[in-house]
Design a protein around this ligand. Structure first.
Ligand SMILES: *[C@@H]1O[C@H](CO)[C@@H](O)[C@H](O)[C@H]1NC(C)=O
Ligand SMILES: *[C@@H]1O[C@H](CO)[C@@H](O)[C@H](O)[C@H]1NC(C)=O
Length: 334
């Protein structure tokens, strides 16, 4: 969370200071700095806490009413994280995240298994959710009969995904997703989790960039080749294709900073700039400042930068590479 020029946004983010990784893709329109080539400005540090080094059991909680095609796209993205696909693949992209280690020298794992799903189609905590209510949703999912998700403090990671009609505190104003960890008093244990909302109807211009653009900007983001034509979503839905990059962003950050005491930049642990925040809006070589960078475009105009399982394609933002000291992804041209 850096370069927040808008005073209202700054206030909002400060007031939410106990939550990690509040962010807003709109920032890229305001961003003056392109970190792709400017490593001196970045002060990423390790703060001695754990990273997710053991194989991760991922649990998805589908909150609300979900389209099955959207669910299939998201599942295939998750499967792609640890499966092979033609280069540049989603698993190649995850290799940048694996470069981060903890104080014992353990790298972040490359092994992410989708180990369970829970369908909260009854909207157990209503249609307007506070940030804290994500923990109650996890509690519900891990205690509901007859088939609860396991509460897995050893290697569990929980994704709460809210459907189009669910409103979440600060969603579409300050955040598209966030990650944190649960409190034992609410959930019965400490597990890392992330929430990401489906933005397709509420705010695609903010959270599904660059497949949609903010109305105030008056024009699409400059796409690859400098054209002003809008990029089409590779899996057919701007909301879900935009959500994929936000899920990727949160998975990168929760893995490298699960208890908010490991990898982040800045002096303030209550408002950390994490390894994906540093590369917001950068998807290819030359990206930054509202330009997505060099990505691929197929004959139908679909934009993508990574290959996944079953011939799927995804557009996913880059991550800060600690060795190269710049934002990086496997579709880099240099
Ligand atoms: C683990 O991290 C170190 C330090 O970044 C890196 O040199 C090494 O290649 C990483 N190992 C894997 C398997 O990614
Ligand atoms: C991966 O998840 C599946 C359920 O989706 C489970 O049956 C399997 O045991 C898991 N594998 C590992 C290695 O955790």
């Amino acid at each position: 969370m850096h370069n927040l020029k808008h005073p209202f946004m700054l206030l909002l983010l400060l007031s939410l200071s106990s939550f990690a990784s509040s962010w807003n893709q709109n920032q890229q329109f305001q961003q003056a700095k392109n970190f792709e080539g400017s490593s001196d400005l970045v002060d990423l540090q390790y703060h001695m806490g754990p990273v997710l080094g053991a194989p991760i059991s991922l649990y998805i909680i589908w909150y609300g009413h979900w389209d099955q095609n959207h669910q299939a796209t998201i599942r295939d993205f998750i499967y792609s994280l640890s499966s092979s696909a033609p280069h540049p693949s989603v698993a190649d992209w995850w290799r940048t995240i694996r470069l981060y280690t903890d104080q014992t020298g353990s790298n972040i794992t490359g092994d992410l298994n989708l180990s369970g799903e829970f369908f909260d189609w009854r909207y157990s905590h209503g249609g307007y959710l506070s940030r804290l209510s994500m923990q109650s949703i996890i509690r519900t999912a891990t205690t509901s009969r007859p088939r609860p998700l396991p509460l897995n403090p050893q290697n569990g990671l929980y994704l709460v995904l809210t459907s189009a009609d669910v409103q979440v505190q600060d969603f579409c104003r300050a955040v598209c997703g966030f990650h944190y960890f649960t409190f034992p008093t609410i959930v019965g244990g400490t597990v890392p989790y992330a929430w990401i909302g489906y933005s397709g109807t509420q705010c695609p211009g903010m959270c599904a960039y660059p497949f949609a653009w903010p109305q105030y900007s008056g024009r699409p983001p400059p796409s690859t080749n400098g054209g002003n034509n809008i990029m089409r979503a590779p899996n057919g839905d701007a909301g879900v294709d935009g959500m994929i990059s936000v899920i990727a962003h949160e998975l990168a950050e929760v893995s490298s900073n699960p208890l908010v005491n490991a990898w982040y930049a800045g002096d303030d642990p209550t408002s950390p700039t994490e390894i994906a925040d540093l590369c917001l809006g950068v998807y290819g070589t030359g990206g930054g400042g509202g330009y997505v960078g060099k990505v691929y475009k197929d004959s139908g105009g679909d934009g993508y930068n990574l290959n996944g399982v079953k011939g799927r394609r995804f557009l996913v933002q880059w991550i800060w590479n600690p060795t190269k000291r710049r934002c990086y992804g496997p579709n880099a041209m240099d």
